[in-house]
Write a protein that binds this ligand. Structure first.
Ligand SMILES: [Zn+2]
Length: 680
């Protein structure tokens, strides 16, 4: 892996039209924060840039719904989200906002530069127009039926059901979100980024991105394979960055044109605050900078195709080195839905629990390569069984033992035996092991490795039985505690990226007066806790979470679980006639039926299909007595892989119907046909 001189990390700018929820954190924010904190502990030159996206249709729609100005909405949520992020331990170097003057100027400069270079195609086209309110309807101002999956509530820019990126013209049965009216088509002129013409350049750049995550490369590949098409970078709206062109009255930059430029403007503001206004250029224009964008999978196209295309055509700018996009986080088995309040909001969470518990669970269960599921039960289990029972337990038992038996100080070690040496070896390896995972964006692995160090340390404590040696062999007991305390110190450093609040706590319990951030990652392997150092105040690190504490959370979510209304029902996947032909259905006569010992749900049947006799096992003993089956004609899947059920061979599967009240019926034939009959 190439080691750059400096690193610029960004997280997708959250829309300032609502509070932050767990899905946001797991996708674009927490992984970036862990990565950045680690790089800082490595003493690398790294800055972490984010901010509020204050433009775009979701904001104007929210404002219209609440009857306030968009400015009111963004002012409120910019502040609320910034506060919540801060309490969650997000360590941005700068958190900007796209309504700032610097941002407006920067994105207008971008547009002008591309316009002057003749990059854009200007096209007049027909767009949806709501004549009742005399307004064009870009993006989310239109809802309709998705042309890909037939979901009826798809937005003009994206279908949230199948994830397809759409344009308003793709929607079937479009409706204005504001009036519910069917819009008409009206001509308007827009500037387009000619992605089709740039495809070759983009492909060339992506060629050597072999280390990117497969889910990201896969999505980019499918965009490229489908062939890129021009994308409008302007919109007929009055909220946003005005298009700097004399012919563009009443038009603003498309939010996905200006939002990623927000990373650049925020870096400019950061540099200005530092009193070095030109410093931003080092981070954006020097080839020795590694640019890493953390995003959720819904933003892949913008960060891997559109923004790089803008940077390339502008010139001077570096391109992203990696875009480690995450998949989605689900909630108790269902998709998050902010409109239905089916989400866990960070602000609410922080009222009830500590940030580190969530940071740990969302890291070890991160949707890194596929969607993952947040459940309160697992949150509780991870806290109680891992943070409290393993990590916290080791740290607390070590410190309390040393306080009691070694006068609240770090004892000196004596001679080492094999067990001691093995533990020390593990500690020496740990920082590289965890660090490598973090550098490869494998944070789940890093969290597991952290917990494993604590697990080994606990085992070491148990194997060495200091509660026995304290009387029988005090020198060995001192050695054990010395090594355990070194492990506590190493753990504190290794914990910092994922569990920053707890790491600092442990640091103080060890009696350090300084900040853990004044120390380096490598110190976790150095075992440099000084002999004789007096401990600070020792307190329980992680407390168990009782059932009573999470039950209300589970209940609240159950109440707002997405209802499967007619509209929302997932379309059953259609199969082709060829798919169907693969399944061989046959009429069979039941020759014999008997109960199976110790299996009160199963019956063993001998059946006849044509000239063949077969045995199958069926879970119907609760619904049929064996005698009533004999002679019945049933329907079976004849070419199912044979299986052994309770050690009994079952060759085929019978078909039955069961309703929600539990009424149960075998499928049979309505008239008499013999068992040579084919089912079509
Ligand atoms: Zn769809």
């Amino acid at each position: 892996m190439k080691r750059y001189k400096r690193i610029l990390v960004t997280s997708a700018l959250p829309y300032a039209n609502g509070p932050i929820h767990l899905g946001h954190l797991a996708g674009a924010y927490l992984p970036a924060d862990v990565y950045v904190r680690y790089q800082r502990m490595q003493k690398r030159d790294v800055i972490y840039i984010c901010g509020s996206d204050e433009h775009g249709v979701p904001i104007t729609i929210a404002a219209e719904k609440q009857g306030v100005s968009p400015q009111n909405i963004v002012d409120e949520y910019h502040q609320r989200n910034l506060d919540a992020f801060d309490r969650f331990g997000m360590s941005f170097d700068y958190y900007g906002r796209t309504s700032s003057l610097v941002h407006h100027k920067t994105s207008q400069d971008f547009f002008k530069q591309l316009d002057q270079k003749g990059i854009f195609n200007k096209k007049t086209e027909k767009q949806l127009y709501d004549k009742t309110i005399k307004m064009f309807l870009p993006d989310r101002y239109v809802k309709g039926t998705c042309p890909v999956c037939s979901y009826t509530e798809a937005y003009g820019d994206q279908c949230e059901k199948c994830g397809s990126s759409l344009s308003v013209a793709d929607l079937k049965n479009p409706k204005s979100v504001l009036t519910g009216q069917e819009p008409e088509l009206k001509e308007t002129e827009h500037w387009f980024l000619p992605l089709g013409e740039l495809q070759h350049k983009i492909e060339n750049w992506l060629k050597d991105k072999k280390n990117w995550k497969p889910n990201v490369i896969g999505q980019v590949r499918s965009w490229l394979d489908a062939g890129l098409s021009d994308r409008a970078v302007t919109r007929d709206l009055n909220w946003g960055v005005p298009v700097p062109h004399p012919d563009a009255k009443g038009k603003v930059l498309y939010v996905w044109f200006d939002a990623p430029i927000g990373y650049i403007s925020a870096t400019k503001e950061w540099a200005a605050e530092k009193g070095k206004p030109e410093l931003w250029k080092t981070y954006w224009q020097d080839e020795e900078t590694q640019l890493v964008h953390f995003i959720g999978k819904d933003n892949i196209v913008f960060h891997c195709i559109m923004f790089p295309a803008m940077l390339m055509t502008y010139g001077k700018f570096i391109l992203p080195d990696n875009v480690p996009a995450n998949e989605f986080l689900n909630l108790e088995g269902d998709k998050l839905s902010t409109s239905r309040n089916y989400a866990v909001w960070l602000e609410d969470y922080l009222e009830k629990f500590d940030p580190d518990l969530l940071r740990y669970y969302l890291t070890i269960n991160a949707p890194e390569t596929k969607d993952s599921d947040f459940t309160w039960k697992e949150f509780q289990q991870r806290n109680n069984g891992e943070l409290a029972d393993i990590l916290g337990n080791f740290i607390n038992r070590t410190l309390t033992f040393a306080r009691k038996r070694f006068d609240n100080k770090v004892p000196a070690k004596g001679e080492l035996n094999q067990t001691d040496q093995a533990m020390i070896d593990e500690l020496r390896k740990a920082p590289t092991l965890l660090g490598t995972s973090i550098e490869h964006f494998e944070l789940r692995k890093a969290a597991s490795a952290l917990m494993n160090v604590a697990r080994m340390a606990n085992k070491y404590f148990n194997d060495k039985e200091p509660w026995k040696t304290v009387k029988e062999d005090p020198e060995q007991c001192a050695t054990t505690l010395h090594i355990c305390l070194q492990a506590v110190q190493s753990l504190a450093i290794l914990m910092e990226p994922i569990l920053p609040f707890s790491a600092q706590n442990v640091w103080q319990m060890l009696g350090h007066k300084d900040d853990i951030h004044d120390h380096a990652w490598e110190e976790a392997s150095e075992l440099a806790l000084p002999v004789g150092q007096t401990f600070g105040e020792i307190d329980i690190l992680f407390r168990k979470i009782e059932d009573e504490k999470i039950e209300p959370e589970i209940l609240r979510l159950q109440k707002s679980k997405p209802m499967s209304t007619e509209e929302e029902k997932p379309e059953t996947e259609r199969v082709t006639i060829e798919d169907l032909a693969k399944i061989q259905l046959k009429v069979a006569t039941v020759l014999q039926a008997e109960k199976i010992e110790k299996a009160d749900k199963l019956l063993k049947l001998q059946i006849q299909i044509g000239d063949e006799t077969r045995q199958l096992v069926a879970g119907i003993a609760k619904h049929y007595v064996p005698q009533e089956l004999v002679g019945k004609k049933i329907i079976v899947v004849a070419n199912l892989q044979p299986a052994k059920i309770r050690g009994i061979e079952s060759n085929g599967m019978l078909l039955a119907a069961e309703d929600e009240q539990g009424a149960f019926s075998l499928l049979t034939v309505d008239r008499d046909v013999d068992t040579h009959a084919s089912i079509r």
